[in-house]
Design a protein around this ligand. Structure first.
Ligand code: ADP
Ligand code: MG
Length: 251
């Protein structure tokens, strides 16, 4: 199996005052290109923490033995311990510019609470990913192309009649569709979704998963989705479970 994204025995400890709170204790996950992996776990089990590490939004604890290339430039597998690897490269070894590119282009994030900008309309919110990627001037040069892509994603997600609306004028399910369009704007290698249906009623949530599933049918989009809802997780190719700071194959 080729691996697109992996966590290799990754740990994450938060420090609250003088107390260490270990959240992830050696989590390993591998995601193949085109795969849809769901990570199930109770509230507080570390799902968001893990997704943030995979997306380069936060850093794992330093491994006790940092990974080092040997004299021939090879890395021993065990030396990848504690690393997040994208296409075989450790995020921790990327320069700031490479890491920014990874966060802005290689991955697309969907959050439980949408995080849309209230003063922007639907098309502008969806196009935001491209604005961040290209910078203001670069975006202005590509504005037509970017807005066209935003519009076509929004139409695909059933929002063709809402393009000029602002987030406050949309239902929760519609807002989440805009957030998904934004996440897909730059054609990310991996879509990372953090409880995308967590704030929606069951029927609306199921419709959101349908939108993601049908997009994935045609695009072969790689997806990592965390959820506490087994019905949502079961739509994926593979379900893992976070328990006691470790990942296990769900039964
Ligand atoms: P989940 O997404 O599965 O509900 P989280 O990853 O958000 O879980 O959080 C896991 C645990 O880590 C929780 O106990 C939470 O309180 C704690 N935690 C999360 N973020 C922080 C932080 N920035 N500082 C301290 N503790 C945190
Ligand atoms: Mg969470």
């Amino acid at each position: 199996m080729t691996t697109l994204l992996a966590a290799r025995s990754v740990s994450k400890t938060y420090r609250l005052g003088r107390v260490d709170v270990p959240v992830l204790r050696g989590v390993s996950v591998t995601v193949a290109p085109g795969e849809w992996v769901a990570i199930l776990g109770a509230s507080g089990s570390g799902k968001s923490t893990l997704l943030h590490l995979l997306g380069g939004l936060d850093r794992p604890d330093r491994p006790e033995r940092p990974a080092k290339a040997n004299g021939r430039g090879e890395r021993h597998e065990a030396l990848d311990d504690g690393q997040i690897l994208f296409e075989g490269r450790s995020l921790q070894h990327m320069s700031q510019a490479e890491l920014d590119r990874y966060r802005n282009v290689s991955v697309g994030f969907v959050f439980q609470f949408y995080h849309l900008l209230p003063e922007l309309n639907v098309v502008e919110n969806a196009a935001l990913g491209a604005m961040i990627r290209h910078g203001r001037l670069g975006y202005m040069r590509r504005a037509t192309e970017c807005r066209d892509r935003a519009r076509s994603l929004l139409e695909l997600f059933g929002l063709g009649q809402r393009l000029r609306h602002r987030p406050a004028e949309l239902s929760g399910g519609e807002r989440q569709r805009v957030a998904i369009a934004r996440a897909l704007m730059n054609e990310p290698a991996v879509l990372l979704a953090d409880e995308p249906t967590g704030n929606l009623d069951r029927a609306t949530g199921a419709a959101i998963i349908d939108v993601i599933a049908s997009f994935r049918e045609t695009s072969k989009q790689t997806i990592v989705m965390v959820t506490h809802d087994i019905a949502v997780a079961e739509r994926a190719d593979r379900v893992l479970e976070l328990r006691d700071g470790r990942v296990v194959e769900a039964k």
